[in-house]
Design a protein. Structure first.
Length: 191
């Protein structure tokens, strides 16, 4: 458990998580059956599943989508558990067909809310990755889901008393600071 304070002396934000890093060779040679089972269990026993895809930006004007290198999945387990696992999947080293069905089922499960930031962009890039390894096109349906950008735009509209507010593209860090009055700390380590 980490207590994170911001510079404005707001009450600490409590973060409770474990981290499972599935990079072949670090710290595991491959995604073991037990680790895969734990990932499956967490995806089916969570009230909220946060999803974030990371990729290297394209440096040229290529027509292809960037390759997603890391998929981060954060699970908020049912209230009877103190565990909030974070899974980092290195998609460049994992055989994507081995997790394709699992992700497809998780994305359309009505048992949990999927949460993301600029979610549709992540899904388009993920689908491109999986198609490049022979999987069917997918990830076009995610239910139920909530995009943090949509929530932010809704709150901006409400605060403006119904006046039209120009939509601005803001980073997740900026939105966290404005809405939660908490800085997003990407360098918080794990125990």
């Amino acid at each position: 458990m980490h207590n994170i304070k911001d510079s404005q002396n707001n009450p600490p934000l409590r973060v409770n998580y474990t981290k499972h890093i599935f990079f072949p060779g670090f710290p595991f040679q491959c995604l073991s059956a037990a680790e895969f089972t734990h990932l499956c269990w967490c995806l089916t026993h969570s009230t909220v599943v946060g999803i974030d895809a990371e990729w290297k930006p394209l440096r040229s004007h290529q027509s292809t989508f960037p390759t997603v290198s890391i998929l981060q999945i954060t699970c908020r387990l049912f209230p009877d558990s103190n565990e909030s696992p974070v899974f980092l999947l290195d998609l460049s080293l994992l055989p994507l067909p081995s997790i394709y069905e699992l992700l497809c089922k998780a994305f359309v499960s009505h048992d949990n809310l999927k949460l993301g930031f600029r979610f549709k962009q992540d899904l388009v890039y993920l689908s491109s990755n999986f198609c490049s390894q022979g999987c069917d096109p997918g990830f076009d349906r995610v239910e139920p889901f909530l995009d943090i950008t949509s929530v932010y735009n809704y709150l901006q509209h409400k605060q403006s008393s119904g006046r039209k507010v120009p939509r601005q593209i803001k980073s997740l860090a900026t939105i966290c600071q404005e809405v939660l009055v908490q800085r997003l700390r990407k360098k918080v380590g794990c125990p």
